[in-house]
Design a binder for this molecule. Structure first.
Ligand SMILES: Cc1cc2nc3c(=O)[nH]c(=O)nc-3n(C[C@H](O)[C@H](O)[C@H](O)COP(=O)(O)OP(=O)(O)OC[C@H]3O[C@@H](n4cnc5c(N)ncnc54)[C@H](O)[C@@H]3O)c2cc1C
Ligand SMILES: *[C@@H]1O[C@H](CO)[C@@H](O)[C@H](O)[C@H]1NC(C)=O
Ligand SMILES: *[C@@H]1O[C@H](CO)[C@@H](O)[C@H](O)[C@H]1NC(C)=O
Ligand SMILES: *[C@@H]1O[C@H](CO)[C@@H](O)[C@H](O)[C@H]1NC(C)=O
Ligand SMILES: *[C@@H]1O[C@H](CO)[C@@H](O)[C@H](O)[C@H]1NC(C)=O
Ligand SMILES: *[C@@H]1O[C@H](CO)[C@@H](O)[C@H](O)[C@H]1NC(C)=O
Ligand SMILES: *[C@@H]1O[C@H](CO)[C@@H](O)[C@H](O)[C@H]1NC(C)=O
Ligand SMILES: *[C@@H]1O[C@H](CO)[C@@H](O)[C@H](O)[C@H]1NC(C)=O
Length: 570
């Protein structure tokens, strides 16, 4: 079965003037429009910000539409037994830009356990944001739910595009400090961010709520106001978005058109069981040779295989590259026999390599949220478009309008700890590759995180008590409440800790992969996704994961080119 990727239309964004911004604000307001408008302008001026700061930089999302499309199939027979230069496992946020880039020079197989996102309005329309998160089932829904052993509910993507098909789409680059710390080269990183941005990132359409959120953050003291920015800078800013001005989501899968689509085969609805290794006893090395997979629908237990091309000299071998996310990639390594020996013995997985770090270093940024509305309303859902970056980058705050059912929404004002210290662990819970592994994040187990959570609570209370929010809701119930004591906030943190869905780790750099993302101790196997993060980028991770796929793809192309010059025959 073939699927077509939609071509992005060429759209020009008209440069907004101050007037236009205000007219839009006015248009998007309902009954209390004039009141809210006056209030917002007053607050803005009282704070000493000139109105022209409302001017947002034009972000052109102009992108030429691809002429050809990758070949997509759900028919395992069409892939079974075939050879490719590279095999990328997981068609998610990092996996799609990676596969697209490698296809510029090589043949690529991209294996994704979920189906196609195209044609699904819950995925593609901003107005339906969050509906895909409400309907989860064990084996087929595009959002797969899991509950960590801490008891916190969480989600992961199961569709081509991965979590970028169902997330809030908020796009924010990592800071240069983070880039330096990981050891990436800033020039290559900037090129890769720009490659992504010119294709799928837009300046979002600002609604009444976006302005209210921005003003409420400013009222709470999150300065300065930075307007629209893709950079991770302190203060209140409007971020980039996967949603364009018409409210249509673009996602990592759209990037598949950007390489040489005719050299990518996308296999959908197929779940990886394990990586196949070849052992050369003379050299005492294990080399990834291919993959073993099953149909995701569970209709049979039959396994299928696909392989890496085997040129007659070893310097030109491709790789199997895992991009299955922070839960998927460590799980696949474990199922392939790479991980702590004792744990693998427990599940009778034949050992390939005793690698203690697999599943270690799992982190999730703890968050708490306060509902602005005391009762659910029936508003149009809306992903967060504004972020407050506070307390020396240690706190990130955002607020969208989220559905809790098909006719009810809430407005959680949510903040996360940007750099959690607490760390947990991932283990298998079964040898079924379709089942969730078991994961613990140990939220707030560190004293520092607990103290930071109290600060989070104080900031949130200042935001919900703002004039802007009171006017938006037409009620000042929050303002009438007393501020919580530190002790009350400590209890709130413990009881209400939640996820921001920014979990990472499990195959961290330095313990599972080296600086080139190669898995230690074996050949021909890499991991390139959020599981390799030793530390959170602080800001929302998606931008950095899209960038990472492109950046590492370019590195691989360059390394292969260098190798063929220096060492044509090994
Ligand atoms: C609800 C939600 C909201 C979010 N909001 C934002 C936001 O607004 N901004 C932001 O920056 N970040 C946000 N995030 C976080 C961000 O989306 C993720 O951190 C990021 O997408 C992870 O990218 P990844 O490439 O590591 O994994 P993913 O994008 O999850 O990709 C992994 C892919 O691998 C596939 N896979 C897994 N196992 C297998 C297997 N065995 N065989 C075959 N395929 C497999 C999965 O189906 C998936 O497609 C949000 C996340 C969620 C869940
Ligand atoms: C696909 O990649 C292979 C290298 O494996 C190359 O020989 C071939 O020409 C490529 N095909 C196209 C259409 O680019
Ligand atoms: C892939 O799986 C999804 C989810 O089960 C399903 O809706 C879709 O029809 C499948 N696609 C094909 C072509 O089998
Ligand atoms: C193992 O490696 C040696 C030395 O490079 C090589 O000569 C031999 O062909 C390899 N054996 C297999 C089975 O690949
Ligand atoms: C697959 O294997 C499992 C366990 O071996 C078994 O319980 C299940 O019925 C099998 N499913 C099919 C479709 O054969
Ligand atoms: C949503 O619908 C249910 C049942 O149809 C109703 O009881 C509920 O009040 C509605 N909620 C809102 C917020 O409209
Ligand atoms: C582990 O599997 C068991 C059943 O096999 C299930 O009851 C349990 O919920 C699973 N745990 C996790 C964390 O998924
Ligand atoms: C050996 O590998 C290099 C690339 O590393 C390639 O250019 C060369 O053609 C290969 N030789 C053979 C005989 O395949």
């Amino acid at each position: 079965m073939d699927y077509m990727l939609p071509a992005k239309e060429v759209d020009y964004y008209v440069s907004p003037t101050c007037l236009l911004a205000l007219i839009r604000l006015y248009e998007s307001t309902s009954l209390q429009a004039s009141t809210v408008l006056l209030l917002l302008i007053t607050i803005f001026m009282l704070m000493g910000f000139p109105l022209h700061l409302l001017l947002l930089f034009v972000h052109s999302a102009i992108c030429s539409s691809g002429q050809t499309f990758p070949y997509m199939t759900s028919d395992v027979q069409q892939v079974s037994g075939r050879f490719f230069d590279y095999i990328v496992v997981g068609g998610g946020t990092a996996g799609c830009p990676l596969a697209a880039t490698l296809s510029e020079k090589f043949s690529v197989l991209l294996v994704e356990r979920g189906g196609s996102p195209y044609g699904d309005p819950f995925i593609l329309e901003s107005k339906q944001y969050g509906f895909s998160l409400l309907q989860t089932d064990e084996y087929t829904s595009v959002a797969q739910s899991f509950v960590s052993k801490d008891g916190v509910s969480n989600l992961r993507g199961r569709v081509l595009g991965g979590s970028s098909a169902l997330n809030g789409g908020f796009y924010s680059r990592a800071s240069e400090d983070f880039v330096a710390k990981v050891g990436w080269d800033i020039g290559g990183v900037t090129d890769a961010y720009e490659w992504v941005e010119s294709r799928i990132i837009s300046k979002p359409d600002l609604t009444h709520w976006s302005y209210v959120a921005a003003f409420s953050f400013l009222e709470a003291g999150i300065f300065p106001y930075n307007g629209f920015s893709l950079e991770h800078i302190q203060g209140t800013k409007i971020g980039g978005s996967l949603f364009d001005e018409q409210g249509r989501r673009h996602l990592s899968a759209d990037l598949l058109q950007a390489g040489n689509p005719s050299n990518i085969t996308v296999l959908l609805n197929a779940t990886l069981n394990n990586v196949i290794f070849h052992t050369n006893c003379t050299r005492d090395e294990k080399i990834a040779r291919g993959i073993r997979f099953i149909k995701s629908d569970g209709s049979s237990n039959r396994t299928y295989e696909a392989y890496l091309n085997q040129p007659d000299n070893s310097s030109s071998w491709g790789d199997v590259i895992l991009a299955a996310g922070a839960l998927g990639s460590p799980q696949i390594l474990l199922l392939s026999g790479i991980g702590p020996q004792e744990h693998l013995n427990k599940f009778e997985v034949p050992l390939v390599l005793d690698l203690k770090g697999v599943g270690e270093g799992m982190r999730d940024n703890p968050g708490i949220a306060i509902l602005a509305d005391s009762r659910p309303q029936n508003r149009t859902p809306e992903p967060p478009k504004v972020a407050g970056i506070a307390d020396d980058f240690k706190i990130i705050i955002e607020a969208g309008i989220l559905p809790i059912s098909f006719n009810a929404t809430v407005i959680p004002i949510a903040a996360k700890i940007a750099f959690p210290e607490s760390v947990g662990k991932l283990e298998l819970n079964s040898t079924d590759p379709r089942a969730n592994p078991s994961v613990t994040f140990n939220y707030l187990s560190s004293k520092k995180d607990r103290a930071q959570c109290v600060k989070l609570g104080q900031l949130l209370e200042r935001v919900v008590r703002s004039e802007s929010i009171a006017f938006f809701l037409g009620s000042n119930e929050h303002q009438n409440k007393l501020m919580s004591t530190k002790d009350e906030l400590r209890k709130l943190c413990k009881k209400n800790v939640r996820t921001f869905y920014h979990y990472h780790g499990g195959c961290t750099m330095g313990s599972v992969v080296d600086k080139s993302y190669r898995v230690y101790g074996v050949k021909g196997l890499k991991v390139i996704d959020g599981s390799t993060f030793l530390e959170s980028p602080g800001t929302n991770p998606m931008a950095t994961l899209l960038m990472l796929g492109r950046y590492q793809g370019i590195k691989i192309l360059q390394d292969r080119k260098d190798a063929s010059f220096i060492n044509p025959r090994t």
